[in-house]
Design a protein around this ligand. Structure first.
Ligand code: PFF
Length: 463
C-alpha cells in the first residue's frame, strides 16, 4: 500500500493546511455568487433543503472517497486511477473517470474565469466610489452596461486568467498555503459585516423566510438535479480536484473528520451568503430570480449604503476574487499534474497552454451575455447555460457516482480500512452502504427523475 509515500508534486505540511486548501477550493464563486442565484431561481427554502441533504448524504461520502483514492495513489487523478486499477487487476476503463474530470475541468474553468473577471471589475468600481450610494436602478444599470460590452469582459477575463496561470505555474502548495491562511478568515469577517447589514435591513424576515420556508410546490425534477449538481460544484467534487489535493495529504490524517470540517465550512459560507443577499433583494424590491447578476447588484447596494462602504465593498470583491483564484487553481490541478507526470513537462509551459485553451473556450461565455444572447445551443440554453449545465449537472454528478463506486467496489476492503482508519465491522458496513449504495443511488435516481419528469412529479404530488 502506498499510504506512507509522498507525491512528487509536494505535500501539505499538515492536516490544517489541507483543510484550508480544500476549503479554498470548495469556497468560491459557487457559494457566494452561484448558490444565492440558483436558490433564487428555484424557489428558495425547499431547494435549499434538498441541497443540504445532497451535501450531507452524497457530497460528504464522495469527498471522502476522492481523498482516500488520491492519497492511496499519490498521483494525478488519471495516473492514480491507472495505478490502482493495475495494482488491483481491474479494468483500465476506470481511468476514464480521470479523463472525464479533466474535460469537466476545462469547461468549468472556462466560464469560472469569466465570472471571476466580473468580480475584479467590481473591485475597481467599488474602489473608485462609482457605486457609493447606489440605488437598485443604478446598480442594475451598471451591471447591464458591463455585460453588454464584450471587450471589457474579455479584458477582465484575461487579467484573471493571467493571474491563475502565474500562480499555478509556481506550484500549488507553497503559494496556496501562504495565501489561504489570511484570506479565508477575512472573507468570513466580511461576510459577517454584510450579514450584519442584512439583519438590520427591512427585508430580513422576508429574506429568511425565502431561504427556509419549505414549499415543495415549486420543486421539479430539474431543480433537484440542479441542487445535486450544486452540491458537487460547491464541494469541488466529481472531477478529481479534491482527489488531486488528497494525493498531497500526509498519511495518518483522519479523512472522515477532515472532510466533515471542509463540508461544514463550505455550507456555512453558502448559507451566510444567501442570508446576506436575499434581505437586500427584498428590501430593494429586486427579483430573487434575476439570475447571474444577483450578487453583483445586491452587494454593491448594501455597501453603497454603509459607512465606510467603499472600503468594505472593495475588500469584499477582493476577497471574492481571491476565493475564486483558490478554486480556479484546484480546477486546473488534475490536468496540470497529469501533464507534468506524463511528459515531464515544465509546470509553467503546461500552465500557459492550459490557460490558453480555457481562455478560448471562455470567449463563448463572454458572448453569451451580449452578442450571442439569442443563440441557443439546446432549448433555451445559451452557450454559457449549456456549458454550465453539462459540466455541473451532468459531468460532476456522474463523475462522482463512478468515484463512489470505484472506492466501494474496486478498492479492496483492506485498503479502505487502512485509509479511513476503520476498525470495527459495523463502521465498514456503514461505509459500504453510504458510499456504495446511498450516494451512487441518489445520483442515479435524480438522473432518472430528470429523464422521466412525469414519474417524478407524480411521486412529489403524494406529499
Ligand atoms: N467549489 C468551487 C466553488 O464553489 O466556487 C468551484 C469548483 C472548484 C468546482 C473545483 C469544481 C472543482 F473541481
Amino acid at each position: 500500500m502506498s499510504t506512507g509515500s509522498v507525491s512528487r508534486h509536494g505535500m501539505w505540511s499538515n492536516r490544517w493546511l489541507f483543510i484550508l486548501a480544500a476549503a479554498g477550493s470548495a469556497v468560491g464563486l459557487g457559494n457566494i455568487w452561484k448558490f444565492p442565484y440558483i436558490a433564487g431561481e428555484n424557489g428558495g427554502g425547499a431547494f435549499v433543503l434538498i441541497y443540504l441533504v445532497c451535501v450531507a448524504f452524497v457530497g460528504i461520502p464522495i469527498m471522502m472517497a476522492e481523498v482516500l483514492i488520491g492519497r492511496e495513489g499519490r498521483q494525478s487523478p488519471i495516473n492514480t486511477m491507472r495505478k490502482l486499477t493495475e495494482q488491483h487487476h481491474k479494468s483500465g476503463l476506470w481511468t476514464l473517470i480521470g479523463w472525464a474530470g479533466v474535460v469537466a475541468g476545462f469547461l468549468i474553468l472556462s466560464y469560472y474565469v469569466v465570472i471571476a473577471g466580473w468580480a475584479l471589475f467590481y473591485v475597481l468600481q467599488m474602489g473608485s466610489g462609482a457605486l457609493d450610494g447606489a440605488t437598485a436602478d443604478s446598480a442594475s444599470r451598471l451591471f447591464d452596461e458591463f455585460l453588454s460590452d464584450p471587450w471589457q469582459m474579455i479584458m477582465w477575463q484575461t487579467i484573471f486568467m493571467v493571474m491563475v496561470v502565474y500562480i499555478i505555474s509556481k506550484g500549488v502548495i507553497k503559494g496556496l498555503e501562504r495565501a489561504i491562511r489570511w484570506f479565508m478568515p477575512l472573507l468570513f469577517v466580511l461576510l459577517c459585516v454584510l450579514l450584519g447589514y442584512a439583519v438590520t435591513s427591512d427585508g430580513w424576515s422576508q429574506g429568511v423566510e425565502f431561504m427556509f420556508r419549505l414549499d415543495f410546490s415549486e420543486v421539479t425534477s430539474e431543480s433537484v438535479l440542479i441542487a445535486l449538481g450544486q452540491a458537487f460544484f460547491t464541494l469541488s467534487l466529481g472531477m478529481g480536484a479534491i482527489m488531486a489535493y488528497g494525493a498531497y495529504l500526509p498519511s495518518g490524517t483522519s479523512i472522515g473528520s477532515t472532510v466533515t470540517i471542509i463540508a461544514l465550512l463550505d455550507t456555512a459560507v453558502a448559507i451566510a451568503a444567501g442570508l446576506a443577499i436575499f434581505p437586500i433583494v427584498f428590501a430593494n424590491g429586486l427579483e430573487p430570480s434575476q439570475g447571474p447578476g444577483l450578487m453583483f447588484v445586491t452587494v454593491p447596494l448594501a455597501f453603497g449604503q454603509l459607512p465606510l462602504g467603499v472600503v468594505f465593498g472593495t475588500l469584499f470583491f477582493v476577497l471574492v476574487s481571491f476565493a475564486a483564484i483558490t478554486s480556479a487553481i484546484s480546477i486546473s490541478e488534475p490536468a496540470l499534474a497529469y501533464l507534468v507526470e506524463e511528459y515531464n513537462a515544465k509546470r509553467g509551459r503546461v500552465a500557459i497552454s492550459l490557460g490558453a485553451i480555457s481562455w478560448l473556450l471562455g470567449i463563448g461565455t463572454v458572448l453569451s451575455f451580449n452578442v450571442w444572447a439569442d443563440v441557443h445551443i439546446v432549448g433555451q440554453l445559451t452557450y454559457f447555460d449549456f456549458v454550465d449545465y453539462v459540466s455541473q449537472n451532468v459531468m460532476l454528478p456522474l463523475g462522482g457516482m463512478f468515484i463512489a463506486l470505484f472506492a466501494a467496489y474496486v478498492l479492496p476492503n483492506t485498503v479502505i480500512g487502512a485509509q479511513l482508519g476503520i476498525k470495527s465491522g459495523a463502521a465498514a458496513v456503514a461505509w459500504k452502504v453510504v458510499c456504495g449504495v446511498i450516494a451512487p443511488a441518489a445520483v442515479l435516481v435524480v438522473f432518472i427523475a430528470t429523464l422521466f419528469p412525469d414519474l417524478f412529479n407524480a411521486v412529489i404530488a403524494l406529499f
